[in-house]
Design a protein around this ligand. Structure first.
Ligand code: ZN
Length: 152
């Protein structure tokens, strides 16, 4: 029986609580985790992002937790979205909304002590909008991964 890349991946990361980092236990390349996806070596955090979101950003996948070995989906940020949002603001376009998939990572950064003002700047939206995202008034239905089963 063939084992899927996802199964191999899950065997190499430690799934912890909804507010914790999920450390990569497999091989490394520099400070990042490394994973053979069947075609190429991919960053473990990038593969984790792909599993959670169904796509891979062209640019980087960033860590909300500053922990390069973390593969927790709620700590991973699409760097393209951040850059595109900032670019739109610089181009004088209306500040775009924050993509729903990024809300858990933003809330994680907030819980870790990031200020609303800094998060707003990072994603190129108003502080008022970011404040609503952080406090859950927008996308209050986002699961925040708190209902994910925790591995024994
Ligand atoms: Zn983390």
């Amino acid at each position: 029986m063939r084992i899927s890349p996802q199964e191999r991946f899950e065997a190499k990361r430690k799934v912890l609580g909804p507010n914790e980092c999920w450390p990569w236990l497999g091989g490394r390349s520099g400070q990042y985790g490394k994973f053979w996806d069947g075609k190429q070596n991919e960053g473990a955090h990038r593969f984790a992002f792909f599993l959670a979101n169904g796509y891979l950003p062209k640019g980087c996948v960033m860590h909300a937790c500053n922990n390069p070995l973390c593969t927790a989906p709620h700590h991973l940020i699409d760097g393209d979205i951040r850059r595109n949002t900032i670019q739109a603001v610089q181009d004088g376009l209306i500040a775009t909304k924050i993509p729903i998939a990024q809300v858990p990572a933003i809330r994680a950064m907030s819980r870790a002590g990031a200020r609303v003002k800094d998060l707003a700047e990072m994603f190129g939206v108003s502080a008022a909008h970011m404040s609503r995202v952080v406090r859950g008034l927008r996308w209050g239905h986002v699961a925040d991964y708190s209902n994910i089963a925790i591995a024994a």
